[in-house]
Design a binder for this molecule. Sequence first.
Ligand code: ZN
Length: 493
Amino acid sequence: MINQITTNLYLLIFLLGAYNLSGQPDTSVSFYSVKIGVENMAEVQIEWNFTLQDSMLYMAPGANQFPNRWGKFIHNLKVQNTSGQPVIVESLSEGRWKVHAPLYQKIKLSYTVKINHEDHKWSGGVDGVAYVREWGVFCAGRSLFIMNGEPENIEVDFDIPNDWKISCSWLNDDQEDAFKVDNNNALVNAMFFVGTHEELRIKREGFELVFALGGPSIIAQKEAFVNLAEGVLDYYVNLFGGIPIPPPGQSLKKAMVIMNSGNVTDGEVLGNDISILLEPDGDEMAQMISRFIFAHEFFHLWNGKTFIPEQDNVEWFKEGFTNYYTLKSLYKVGVLNEKSYFDMLGQFFYTRYNNDDGVGQLTMTDGTLKHDHWGLIYAGGLFVAIIQDIQIREASKNQKSIDDLMRQFYKKYRGTDERYTIDDLQNALSELNGENQTDFFQSYINGVQALPFIEYLNRIGITAKMENEQLLIIWPEQIPPFQREIISGLLGS
Ligand SMILES: [Zn+2]
């Protein structure tokens, strides 16, 4: 979108800025220009001006199914110095190249990224990779950018058709198509969409949540997404007592949710960005799942990015408690009602838990089991949250709950480098219960005993029975007032 004069001006500023007053080269500047046109949206042209810090050019980890990793999609790589002399580049495997030029020389590199990633299989789905739609182009930074060293000042500039917009979570100063990026990590672990899609922005206390909506079937639901985004954001901000605040040196002022239509309903997270694909004629369940993905991933900006664990032995807390609050937030915004909330617990989560062969065999403190034993960790952790919540509400006459744990952790760890441990969790839960939770942890968390979820449902006045491998919730005619209060608490009201 920027015109040639501005491009040249930027180049000039870059060239001037590359030397400081003492005449020493400034190696900290890395300037990318990303050009996408309507004629061929599947070819992204990149021009990259930087000062060579070491001889190795590299791309982000990932794309392990190809010998050349992300490099598989890079074409026409040309390298020259600023006097226009070609520079020799040797192509190595695994998305790396070796530059044969003196260090601190200013380099101009250009290449094309062919966006045909959808023709290949991706273990996490194409939603975290790159794809083209009629209305624009989606890219994860890792699929596009070649890096060198660790520059301090990175800028990404877009050259796109005039009627297109850019949706990304990098921050811009004045120019709407030029973005400052914190470091290489923030460059590759980010996702953007450029095109004629629609955008909706919600701001709270210096934090901005941006939804990019692409495709007629998704834009038709815009109103519903506004309600969802506002309702979920407000519920989380209220719950914790503030917006997400990462450790020092990291930025979390803006989060992106990119939603487009796709062949499957799927979601992925990179950095502060959430990407969701939604089947255009997906049934009610697909609609629910897309909303669940958003609310779950969004919760991680607090539980995961504001308070961060020291080890991976608390994945059951990170994922399971996040699932619990995801359900509560969806109840809050009306995506779920009381019946569908408990049906999700019984028919979806309990089934996944009950059918996981790790239950009764493996401890949920082994975070490496996260993907192979979803039921044990994601659903098991959810049942830990519910059981603990019921216990604490019973013990405190419904005055306390695990909401207090969330608030305490937020208050203690936000904006710090301090990490929490499994002992911190056990201590905080013991205090809220007014009773030591060592036995509970020994039996169900460190140990391998199955969680007594049905027993706890009985305690709040609900019965349940297994039928066709699903847990059917049976509501009694009447629920005594105190149990009714606890159920309201579980729903998040
Ligand atoms: Zn998660």
